[in-house]
Design a protein around this ligand. Structure first.
Ligand SMILES: NC(=O)c1ccc[n+]([C@@H]2O[C@H](COP(=O)([O-])OP(=O)(O)OC[C@H]3O[C@@H](n4cnc5c(N)ncnc54)[C@H](O)[C@@H]3O)[C@@H](O)[C@H]2O)c1
Length: 289
């Protein structure tokens, strides 16, 4: 199946970057959200990203950036957004019931051949697509933040996903310039989130036990393990404190006690210390605002 028009559901942190990526690779894109102001925020984020990281760095002209933005049509009308699309990539908040209902609605609106992909970081793809009548065309397509930079896409087939659906998604990811891995079993957290969240949880435990400071644990991961960024800084930047806690709770419920989040992590969420966006997470950003 030839994919040339894509619908992105959810214009937030990831959805807006996905719209930018698809449009930059020549796809026609519709981007939808529940309120127009979220779509406008998404479009503004795309424009400023293109300017800051591409035009100002001489990697593209302003005219090329404008053409990319022109390929993205925003609408709050899901029916209109899904007209003539061969692929939907859902990127609404990480809540199982919300994703299930979103997929049910997408199944009702989309043409029978349309593939429904989820950008979930950890939730079961089989469960997300369970209310649809096209479970063979439901799949996980997990991108990483920042989308333009991170080379990987995790592809997660659900229990009933067809090989053909997998192949189409693999081809699309290739056209987006991404490398892929196939996650053979639809397990919570897949590969990347599972590895990363266990590392983050252990880092929070080390901090809580007073073994080392957040700065030194981050430094250890960067200089001792070769990571580009330490777990605390990274969680602060990508909204990982609330999202990661939710994912760990889910993994603990599905996979066992090993994944129990460290209490300090939960206290951060309860205190509203969610990272850069709230001025404090594991680090303090109040002076930078
Ligand atoms: N933030 C990351 O670094 C990251 C990385 C990889 C994957 N993910 C996954 O991507 C998904 C989205 O995460 P995010 O960080 O972009 O969240 P976000 O909160 O920034 O964006 C979600 C958007 O979805 C919209 N939305 C809510 N309900 C909707 C509905 N019914 N229909 C359409 N839009 C709706 C919200 O208004 C919001 O704009 C999650 O599943 C998350 O696990 C996030």
């Amino acid at each position: 199946m030839e994919v040339n028009k894509v619908c992105i559901v959810g214009a937030g942190v990831m959805g807006s970057q996905l719209a930018q990526l698809f449009a930059s690779s020549g796809y026609e894109v519709s981007m939808t959200d529940i309120e127009d102001r979220f779509i406008q925020n998404g479009l503004n984020a795309i424009k400023s990203n293109l300017k800051k990281y591409f035009v100002d760095k001489g990697k593209m002209t302003q005219e090329q950036a404008d053409k990319i933005v022109a390929r993205i049509k925003g609408t709050t009308d899901l029916k209109r957004a899904t007209e003539r699309v061969q692929l939907v990539v859902e990127s609404v908040p990480e809540e199982m019931e919300l994703k299930k209902q979103t997929f049910k609605r997408l199944d009702e609106l989309c043409a029978p051949e349309t593939i429904l992909a989820s950008n979930t970081s950890a939730l079961s793809i089989t469960a997300v697509g369970s209310l649809t009548r096209r479970q063979d065309k439901v799949i996980g397509m997990h991108f990483f933040n920042p989308v333009a930079v991170m080379k990987l896409v995790e592809i997660i087939p659900g229990v009933k996903t067809s090989d053909e659906t997998c192949q189409v998604i693999k081809d699309v990811a290739g056209k987006l310039g991404k490398e892929t891995i196939i996650v053979n079993k639809d397990v919570p957290g897949f590969v990347v989130s599972r590895l990363f969240l266990v590392l983050c949880n252990e880092a929070v435990k080390l901090l809580e036990e007073g073994v080392a400071s957040a700065e030194d644990i981050d430094k250890a991961c960067q200089l001792g393990l070769g990571h580009a960024m330490g777990p605390f800084r990274s969680q602060d930047i990508v909204n990982g404190i609330p999202v990661g806690l939710h994912a760990l709770d889910y993994m603990r419920a599905e996979l066992g006690e090993f994944y129990r989040p460290c209490p300090l992590w939960r206290r951060k969420v309860e205190a509203g210390e969610l990272g850069v966006k709230t001025g404090k997470g594991f680090y303090d950003y109040s002076q930078q605002r």
